[in-house]
Design a protein around this ligand. Structure first.
Ligand code: SF4
Length: 254
């Protein structure tokens, strides 16, 4: 178990402001493996981080959160990149206890309560997967959203889990330059106007040249983040499962 007190974490995070992403990833691998994983949504902008992981620590687990609501193009792109880069991808799914609830209400949920939807489909599966780890690597950048602009390269969650953000100081142009340098592919929906791709019900194409690459996410709603990179990740749903879930028919009780 690696221990880094808050002062050491802040000092190191400050030093990493000047470091290349590969140095930060290599430090995280040396420090935390095997209690380390990376998360990826397998978008065009995910390519540099995945490419670096493949070169530095190819067996590192790459968590992909399969919400059941992805575009089919995303699922094919995930398969393609796993094979091409030799990644160790682990798919995460909503907890089985939510299956009846999601079967009955899952299509309405993105519109009627997207925060609950993101919690059940994204946040809770990742919380569970992270419970055994010491640290995780994420690909967020400061130029993406106001929340991400305030992030640090090294952060500590309430439960002690350390989050490592090696690409925090990169811009969209840096991503494109890296992708071109290594001839890396783009998500199939990029050329159809999707610079950022989330779940199908919550993602729209954006006008060419739109400054905000996430302008097509949760259009018409206040929501800007799914919760993986906000304080929601440190919370536990307080609603009772029994209150929300619709029990499956049990033959013995019929
Ligand atoms: S992005 Fe939309 S569909 Fe996906 S989990 Fe969040 S609310 Fe649900």
């Amino acid at each position: 178990m690696t221990t880094l007190d808050d002062a050491a974490l802040r000092r190191l995070s400050q030093e990493f402001e000047e470091a290349e992403p590969q140095e930060i990833i290599a430090w995280a691998a040396e420090t935390f493996c095997p209690a380390l994983a990376v998360t990826s949504s397998f978008q065009t902008q995910s390519l540099p981080l995945l490419h670096m992981i493949a070169a530095i620590r190819p067996r590192l687990r790459v968590f992909f959160i399969d919400t059941g609501m992805h575009f089919w193009e995303t699922l094919l792109f995930r398969e393609h990149l796993e094979a091409e880069l030799g990644l160790n991808v682990v798919d995460l799914y909503p907890d089985d206890r939510w299956r009846p609830f999601l079967r009955n209400f899952g299509r309405r949920l993105p519109l009627e309560d997207p925060n609950l939807c993101c919690y059940l489909r994204k946040v809770q599966p990742l919380q569970k997967a992270m419970s055994e780890l010491q640290a995780w690597i994420s690909g967020i950048r400061r130029d993406q959203t106001a929340v991400r602009a305030r992030a640090q390269i090294l952060e500590r969650h309430a439960n002690g889990l350390i989050k490592v953000n090696p690409l925090l100081n990169w811009t969209r142009d840096d991503i494109e330059a890296y992708r071109k340098r290594y001839n890396l592919p783009a998500h199939p929906l990029l050329r159809k106007g999707y610079p950022s791709v989330g779940c199908a019900p919550c993602t729209r194409p954006v006008a060419p040249g739109t400054e905000d690459e996430r302008a097509g996410r949760w259009v018409g709603q206040e929501k800007r983040e799914c919760g993986l990179h906000t304080e929601m990740f440190d919370k536990t749903l307080t609603l009772s499962l029994e209150t929300l879930a619709t029990p499956e028919a049990d033959e013995e009780n019929c």
